[in-house]
Structure formats: structure tokens, C-alpha cells
Design a protein around this ligand. Sequence first.
Ligand code: FE2
Ligand code: FE2
Length: 430
Amino acid sequence: MKILIAEDQAISREVLVKMLSGLCQIEAFGSGQEALKAFEVAFEKSEPFQMMILDVSMPGMSGIDLLKAIRAYEHKKDLPKEDRAKTLMFTSYADKDTVISCYRAGCDDYAIKPFNRKVIVEKIKKFGFTIESDSHNEAEGGQEESKEKTMGQMVSDAIADFKRGKIDIPALPNIVQELQDIISSPNASVTDMAKIIENDTAISIKLIIAANSPFYKGVEKTKDVKMAINRLGLDVTQSIVAAIANKGLYETKNASIKSLMDKIWMHSFANAHCAREIAKKVSSMGYEKAYVKGLIHDVGATLLIKNIGDNTPQNADININELINAVFEVHASFGGVLFNKWNFSKDFVNVATLHEWNRYNEKTEQEILIVNLADFLSYKIGYGFFNKEITEISEIESASLLGLTENDITIICEKAEKTVEEASEAFAKF
Ligand SMILES: [Fe+2]
Ligand SMILES: [Fe+2]
């Protein structure tokens, strides 16, 4: 039996291939276009794929567009309906519209990410296929498989709980949007901004502490919120408050994931600083806006990991590697869902949802390109989070679409690396 896989994210593709190895013949592709080509070539050679596993959300040609193209091709070749390649679609966060679109395009079944071996095997059998010997996976040890299932399952359960409203989504980051609204208005004033910040005593105190930290401190000691805003300016104050407000999301009582939460905080903080430096170089928009987007881009991952930590006993054996791979598969779309629920503007939703794509075009919003590039650079300067390989600058599409040369990027990295190190001190105690 031959299965075609289309999944744009390399980490997720590897997870899936590894999961299915030994079960059947697999060919995996990173884009809809490549998958379509391979499907047609195999058909022409009379070695067709019997089944397909397609990721719905892919840049360029989505899984749904790919399936439509394949169904059209099968139709052109007069293939009877029962001989069409059976198709399983994977979506990160099943909303009704997406599922309807999948069925309209001609899928046979769908499942929700993260990938789960047991679910896929069940679907293969449901489609009427028999699987080859499973000796490879058995030899690797059933223990590994059961952990893998647990991590994937834990992530799915956490998403389901958020969806059902069983988990309260922290309201803290609302202040980020409120301050952005103030700054965007032409009459933005120190008084307006101070009013919002002073509503939250904890944030006000932390802002004053941060304003007096070695990185931000002035000649005179900052004593109140207004004084901090007057000295730092509206933009810098906004980014400090955003960092303070977000930092709370990274707290955990579970010691097993404490270092993971610290790591994703530093990754987000580094992304913010890289985004700010990139925006200074290329953008007409306020660079603090880019900073805030960088800071929150992985909030989907943060809240999923935090929730799993909160619901796992202290001494439980958490397989960190499998946890972050499972979270990786869903964090971007889940982040988009969170910002929608928080009633944040569309630009936040888009950055969260699309920042991991590896293909963009001239129409892509600049903020998405900036955060995508900032993500690569944060890995480069030593603050990576997921199991991603460091990518060559020449291969990063967002860098070329932003018109940045390798030399520009080297300078951006140097500046960001220095400020991340120095500025992180200001937030270390919060
Ligand atoms: Fe991400
Ligand atoms: Fe990231």
C-alpha cells in the first residue's frame, strides 16, 4: 500500500513519516504542488497512491486545493469513484467550515492534529486497507509509542478543553491591545496611557521596577507610571508593559516544565528584539508594534504547555521532546484561535496563525514576514525553542521579500543578541 503525505512543516512531516514507517510505503512532500506532481507521475506509471494524508493548512496550495486538483485529475482519467485515492485530511483546529470544505473537496475522513498513530492506523483499516508488518515499531519498543500517544493526546485534550471553555483563557494580555489602540490614535497622550496602566497595580509596579533596571534606567529615579512614560516614551513603555503582561503566562508550578517555560519565554523575548531590529531597518510601521507581535507570536504554544504542566503531577515523566513536537503541529493555528477569542485585531490573529509558513509572496503582510524572519534569527542567536534546524539566510523567503541582504541580517543579529542579553535582566524577577 502506498500513501502520499503532504505536510509543509518539516518537523511534523518527520514525525508522521516516523510514525508510519514499517506500516506501508510512504512518500512525503513539503508542498501541494510537489505532491500533485508526484501523484500524477505515479498514476501515469501505473503505480498509483491508494491513500493520501493531507495537511489542510499549507502555504501556496492548501490541502483542500490539492485535493480538488487531484479529484479533478482522477475525474479526467475516468477513474471510478471507488478507485479514487482515499483521503484523510488533518486540521489543527477543526471548525465547522473547514471540515465542510474538506468534504466538499472530496475527502473521505478527517482528523485533528497532533498526529496520532493509533488514529491513523484505525483510519487506514476503515478505508479497507491491510497494513504491512508492524515489526519496525514493535522493535523500537511499545513504550516509546505509548508515550508518543500520551503527549499527542494531552495536547489534543488541552485544545478540546480550551474549546469547550473548560479552561479559562488568561485575560492578562488585553492591556497589550488597549495600549496599541492608544498609540495608534493620532492624539495619543501620556495621560491616556498612564490611566490604562495604572488600572493594573501589579503591572504599574513592575513597570516602575523595569524602568529603574540597569538597561532602562535614567539619570533620575523613576517614581511613578507617568514619569516612566514621559522618560521612556509611549512606544518603549508599550513594549515594556507588553513584556511584563506576557511574562505572567510563562509561570508554572510544575517543576518538570519550568525550564521549558523559561526557554519559550526567552525565545519569544528574542523574537521580539529581532523583530524590532528588522522593523527598524525595513518598516514604515512603528517598530514597537513589531516588537509586540514578536513577543506574542508563540502564545498558542505557551498556553498549551502551561496547561499540560498545570494538569500533570509534579513527578510525572514528561517526554519533553515529544511534547514540543506535538505542540509544534498545532501551536500556530491555536494561537490564532486565542487571539480571536481575546477579540484582538486581525493583525494579531494573522501573525499567530501564519508565522511558521515557509512560503510567502509580495502580498503577505509585512508584520508576518518580520516575525517569521525574527523567528529564524532567534534560533540563530541561540534562543530557539522547537526542534528546528538553523536555516541558511539565503533560504529564508521572508528575508528576501523584505529586501534584506546577508550583511543586513548579520548586523540585525548582533544588535538583537546584545539587547536580548541586557534587557532580559529587567524582566528576570517578574
Ligand atoms: Fe511558532
Ligand atoms: Fe517562535
